[in-house]
Write a protein that binds this ligand. Sequence first.
Ligand code: ATR
Length: 282
Amino acid sequence: MTMTGKAKLAGVMGWPVAHSRSPQLHGYWLEQYGIDGAYVPLPVRPEDFDAALRALPMLGFRGANVTVPHKQAALAAVDITDDAAQRIGAVNTVVVTEDGRLEGRNTDAYGFMESLHEQAPAFDPTHGPAVVLGAGGAARAIVVALADARSPEIRVINRTTARADALIRDIGSPSVAVDLSDMATALGDAALFVNATSLGMSGQPPLELDLAPLSTDAAVVDIVYEPLETALLSQARKRGNPAVDGLGMLLHQARPAFEAWFGVAPDVTDALRAAVLRPGKG
Ligand code: ATR
């Protein structure tokens, strides 16, 4: 697809940004839908973030994704925020409004829930407690998503307990902090287990967790997608648990952003999954 002078522009701001899969993801959709547009990596140092964000409307950008380490800074820097961004405490999507203001949204909670619907369609969040391992930005989005989906209790377990306590304080009921040593009991009557840490990712320590106490009806989600089939997911599948990989959340969180910038509601397909998993051009 050839770009014209009217091309719609968006990108992803991060530091570093080279690891981001978002250019492959949005680039695939631009091609698929024949849209005159571009989605580019924007390497922005933390000290330049506010100025770079403010430059988006001046450069004619429709908006941008925001990734590590700027997600919290973006919440303070934008003009308007949606409810999800406020509650999660971070912005992952910025949309430039018609009058040139910056609207900060967070689509991670939406992406998590959509991925669950897609990959574990029988899962009903109201049917039992959820156990979420982790208390970082991803965990915050997941806890907000589950609270909105009327999970009866969300048990947040984290290596650093102060961070789990802060999450509970910020997001509130029905989330509760549970000690790592009480994992087996927490899993006992759970309808869902989510790994919201980087454990099990290539280059990171493994996630050493025995799913034995968990019912085989419970859904198991890993936010890690490198590798796609983590040790946690293969353990889950072997014992018959519905298993949800981390790529789903990445793909689904991108849908509302793409629609806001480029005007087309895109689909998540197997071909898209393959394209995003393909190694980038070295
Ligand atoms: P993200 O925004 O992707 O959630 P993050 O805010 O850096 O990233 O959070 C990473 C999560 O993985 C945290 O819950 C972190 O635990 P701590 O709060 O104790 O740091 C968890 N994590 C990362 N490495 C870990 C490890 N080796 N053992 C246990 N938890 C780990």
